[in-house]
Structure formats: C-alpha cells, structure tokens
Design a protein around this ligand. Structure first.
Ligand SMILES: [Ca+2]
Ligand SMILES: [Ca+2]
Length: 440
C-alpha cells in the first residue's frame, strides 16, 4: 500500500466547488436503436483521425460506424466467446499508433471449447494486427497475449485502455461469487482456489493460482519477453511471453509478488477511464450488497495502490471485523472519492469519463452512471483527499437517463459517450455547442 505521499507532486484540479450543470445539457443519440446493435458494452474511437466509432457487442461482434451513426460495414470483426453478461466480449483498446501499426486489443471470456487454466473459461487479452488500419472489415493476424484463470462466471472486469505511458491497463475482477471468498483481491502472489492457502505466499498447493484477480494490471504489450522471470504470473518461467513488464511497475524484480500488478484490492472494476487532459485514472468499482464506489488515482502515481476490497466496501467495513465508516483509515487502504448506497433502485456503478469536449460548460465534470437506474450522475473532481460526494454518499443526478447503462467512452475531441445496453450510443452535449461532426 502506498500512502498519500504523492499528494504534493500531483496536479490538483482547480475546481473549488461543484460545477453548476448547464440547463441545456442533453443526451443526443449518435447510434440509435434501429442501427441493430445487440447488447453493446464498449465504444471506442481509434486514434487515427478517421472519426470512426467502434462498438463492441457482448456476444463477440465489433461494429464500426461513421460520425452520423451509419454502419460502415456489415461487421468489423466477430470472435468466439463464452457469453453473456459479465462474460463475453468485454473490452477494446486501440494501440496509440493504430493509424500506422493497425494494432488493437480485446478482452473476452474464452469459448468453452478452448483449453482453460482454471475451473471456468479463461479471461483473455488478445492482440489483433490489421493489414490495413483504415479498413472497416478486419483482415490480419491475432495472438493471445495473456490468459487469466477464472472460477465463477461473474466479476471479470474486462475494461482495457492505454495510458499516456503507452502501457495497457487491464482491470480484472476478483474472480466472482460474492465477498471474494478466497481473498484474491488482497493477494499479490500465488493463492490456490480452495481457500485453504495459509497466505498469499503459500506456493505449495495445487494450481491453478489465481494471482491476477482483483487487480489493475499494467502491461507493456508493445514489447514481448524472450524469457519470462519467476514473478511474471501470466507467463511460464523461462518461456517467451507476448508482453513485457514495464520497468516502473511496483513489483518489478520482487520475489513472490506478481510483476503485472499495478493496483490491487479491487472487486469488479467493470468500467474506468483516464482523464484525457490530466491523465488521472478514475475507476468505477462495483460493490457487494451495500456500497458502490469511484476510486481516483492521480497521474504520476507509482502503482501499488490498495483500494480496499475485501476489507472494505466503499468507506465501510466489509468483513465483520469492524463497524462504522472508518474502514479506509484503519485498514490503510485508499478510500473511494465517491461512495453511494443501493437506495433508489441503484445496484452497480458504471464508471464514466471526465468531459473534455467542445461544450465549455461541461469541461472538467466527471459523468458516471448506475446500471440499474440508467441515471447519469456527475461530480466535479476536487483536490486529492477530498470526497467528490462531500463524504456523505450523496450523489448528484444530471436529470439525464441512458436506459440500461453499460459503459462510457470518449473520442479524440473529448466528447463523452454513453452506451445503452439496449442498443444505443448517446453523447453528452449542450444545445449551444455542437461537436465537430458529432451529434449536430
Ligand atoms: Ca469470474
Ligand atoms: Ca474500495
């Protein structure tokens, strides 16, 4: 666990009070329900200036649209997955140099016919290289980069994004069931699935070892490894790997700690984002039965953050070892910046984005949602160590509703999109300013 020593060096956002939301904010349909999207879960704009929007459907198909929401091909790519819900096609990220190298990545639950490491189909990170990066139908090659074993159908995270450091971040859930029964999220090293491992450092049990569950991984997928080190937990010692470990990862060179781990103590980081201006990391971590949370990590953080699960659920104790609201303080874990309860029909946080688009009155505001209500909420990021919800769990609705919110995304212009699982992609904007070609 890293303490808050990075406060002094971080860039604090100047916003001093919750921004007043403009009255003309609206959600505009970019891809509407007659476009034929089937359970979309991801929207991404490739960094190639094409203005295209790629939408990943839970069932394994990626579709590509123009700026008016018109499909540009029948399908861009279809992959075999175990589906659906928390399993299936889960993530999509474009290499920063996609325009020239045609490289992108997906995360998905492997089909049942694949060999598997664990009890259930693996969670897989796969690289694709398109021979023509501007094509609207994929042709090229692909290979598996990393497989993570799984043992319950739920809590598979799956969101992936490149940081400004050009490393790929992969948010992984705690494996599933409820309450993280095997304590994977707090383990930095081998732990068997039987729950009997005396500690995370117990290496004597039979595999598979669920090392990487409940983590944020940081991988150098733009390089490979000729001979894996002993603490590369997604590779075999001495064997080649389709990724490398960034030299500044927190556990590089440490025995009995997985080198892939960036942060830990996460339950199910289903959707999260980088602020495209500040590069801060903002994580929506889905809660157990009581509290949803948003976690904040400033740009320049050194990694090794412990976000508390399963000691804490939000700002509260999860385990019966304590009570009250002092959990982060007494467990030396990092408190969320937003916590909210399941009142009002809410059930699962959908992490969003900080708006950096053309509508000036929305800039710097963080938008997020809840899967069960579809309501879009907002907060103005405040200096580190300050709760964005004033510490009392009160969250602020925008008055906008996105149906059945599955995800958020942004584009190279800072526009923020909301994905409705019912088959729509919507964009946040204000009446007074229209984006370059989008929505207007
Ligand atoms: Ca799982
Ligand atoms: Ca937490």
């Amino acid at each position: 666990m890293k303490a808050f020593g990075w406060v002094a060096g971080s860039i604090l956002i100047a916003t001093s009070a919750l921004a007043q939301l403009p009255s003309d904010i609206e959600l505009t349909s970019v891809i509407d329900s007659n476009a034929g999207l089937n359970s979309p879960v991801v929207v991404r704009a490739p960094p190639d200036g094409s203005g295209r929007l790629f939408v990943a459907e839970n069932g394994g198909t990626i579709k590509v649209f123009d700026t008016k929401g018109n499909p540009l091909s029948q399908n861009f790519l279809t992959v075999s997955v175990t589906c659906c819900g928390e399993q299936g096609l889960l993530g999509l990220a474009f290499d920063p140099d996609f325009a020239t190298n045609g490289t992108f990545y997906i995360t998905y639950t492997a089909p049942g016919t694949d060999p598997k490491l664990g009890v259930l189909p693996d969670q897989v990170l796969r690289r694709y290289v398109a021979t023509n990066p501007s094509a609207n139908t994929f042709a090229g090659s692909s290979q598996v980069v990393l497989r993570v074993p799984d043992l319950y159908t739920n809590h598979n995270g799956g969101d992936i994004l490149f940081g400004v450091d050009k490393y790929l971040y992969w948010g992984m859930g705690d494996g599933g069931s409820g309450g993280d029964p095997n304590g994977f999220a707090q383990c930095l090293w081998k732990k068997a699935a039987d729950g009997n491992a005396a500690s995370c450092g117990n290496t004597s049990g039979n595999g598979p070892f669920y090392y990487l569950l409940g983590k944020m991984m940081r991988l150098d997928v733009r390089h490979t490894t000729a001979s894996a080190t002993a603490n590369m937990c997604g590779a075999t010692l001495g064997q080649p790997a389709q990724y490398a470990i960034p030299s500044t990862n927190p556990y590089v060179g440490q025995s009995n700690k997985c080198a892939e781990i960036w942060d830990y103590g996460l339950r199910n980081p289903w959707r999260w984002s980088f602020d495209s201006q500040t590069h801060d990391l903002v994580i929506g971590d889905v809660g157990q039965n009581l509290y949803e949370e948003i976690d904040f990590e400033p740009a320049g953080f050194a990694g090794g953050g412990n976000y508390g699960w399963n000691k804490c659920e939000g700002r509260h104790y999860y385990s019966p070892s304590g009570s009250g609201t002092t959990c982060p303080a007494t467990t030396s874990t990092i408190a969320p910046v937003i916590e909210y309860s399941h009142g009002g029909g809410r059930c699962a946080v959908i992490g969003g984005y900080v708006y950096r688009g053309p509508s000036q009155s929305l800039r710097g505001i963080y938008f997020y949602s809840d899967y069960c209500t579809g309501d879009v909420y907002y907060a103005a990021p405040k200096p580190l160590g300050t709760s964005w919800d004033s510490g009392n769990g009160t969250i602020t609705p925008t008055g906008l509703n996105a149906g059945s919110t599955a995800s958020f995304g942004d584009d190279g212009n800072g526009n923020v999109y909301v994905v409705d699982l019912n088959g729509r992609v919507l964009m946040l904007q204000t009446d007074t300013i229209f984006a370059d070609g989008f929505g207007g």
